[in-house]
Design a protein around this ligand. Structure first.
Ligand code: FES
Length: 310
């Protein structure tokens, strides 16, 4: 990555201002942001300034945008020098950004670089007719169709030395050119015939599409007309009870009435109060029939009676 500096003072224009159309556009963009957040418009405004100024940003344009947004000049300069989409020096009418990252290198980017050197010259050099300049950049995200270049706003892919040379010739001569793949590929489909996912069973629902077949069957079933006669016949054959089935188990119940009916003593107040106290609760104590005292209590009563007799 080259050091990104402003162009030399010798070629910097004295001033910059948006033309009427761009000024009106800039005001609508700035108005999209709430008061105090106008700085959010810095990238679109810099981009529009670059487009107006032959695709490069002079210092005066950076100052102009900073003033328009109420930003410090250094803040806008930081943005302009950070993002490589902003050109800080003049570029050709056709600015070639050539991808030099590994996939493009493996697919022949070196041949394309050689054409650039032979036809245009060194990187960042603008041809005498002003038509071309070029720059090697990192991956432009079209690796499937490597090698490739971006010229102004368009991609040109599947390049060879021959078709790239012809492309430059056509651009210079003003002839129409084909954007995208130069060998007729649609998007990033394979070169030549399909070599993967060719098994027909992948698409008939017998392998990976089984779920789809099931969904279609269920959808067809849901849309089928209702057979009321069959439903009536089934209802007659299997009548449903009006009340819950007698086979349903009774809910356990421990109300005082249930305990009396079962011959158990009602739960005393003391026992209820002690239920919350784990230490006082004897969960293992057997239930006594109604009217029967615990053995311990009966024995104490008998001992007291003997004492009073004696
Ligand atoms: S490596 Fe060239 S486009 Fe990704």
């Amino acid at each position: 990555m080259a050091v990104r500096r402003l162009a030399s003072e010798a070629i910097q224009p004295a001033s910059f201002a948006f033309d009427a159309e761009n000024l009106a556009w800039a005001k609508t963009v700035i108005a999209r942001y709430p008061e105090g957040r106008q700085a959010s418009a810095v990238i679109p405004l810099l981009w529009r300034a670059q487009e107006q100024h032959d695709y490069w940003l002079p210092k005066a344009a950076i100052e102009y945008v900073a003033e328009m947004l109420g930003m410090a000049y250094i803040r806008v300069l930081e943005v302009a020098t950070f993002y490589t989409m902003f050109n800080l020096e003049p570029v050709g009418r056709f600015f070639v950004q050539l991808c030099g990252t590994t996939p493009c290198r493996l697919r022949g980017a070196d041949d394309i670089i050689k054409v650039c050197h032979d036809r245009i010259g060194d990187q960042r050099h603008v041809t005498a007719d002003g038509n071309f300049s070029w720059l090697e950049v990192e991956c432009l995200g079209a690796c499937c169709n490597a090698p490739m270049v971006q010229i102004n706003n368009d991609y040109y892919e599947d390049l060879t030395a021959e078709n790239f040379t012809k492309l430059l010739d056509d651009l210079a001569a003003g002839r129409p050119v084909k954007k995208g793949s130069q060998i007729g590929r649609t998007a990033s489909e394979p070169v030549g015939e399909l070599t993967t996912l060719t098994d027909a069973s992948l698409y008939d629902g017998s392998v990976v599409g089984a779920w789809r077949k099931r969904f279609e069957e269920e959808a067809a079933k849901a849309e089928a007309p209702v057979d009321t006669q069959a439903i009536a016949a089934q209802a007659a054959a299997e009548p449903k009870p009006a009340k819950p089935s007698s086979a349903r188990p009774e809910q356990a119940s421990d109300t005082p009435a249930h305990r009396v009916a079962a011959g158990k003593a009602p739960v005393s107040k003391a026992k209820k109060a002690g239920a919350a106290d784990k230490n006082k609760t004897d969960a293992t104590a057997p239930e006594l029939p109604l009217g029967e005292e615990p053995k311990k209590t009966a024995r104490k009563k008998a001992e007291k009676a003997d004492e009073s007799k004696g």
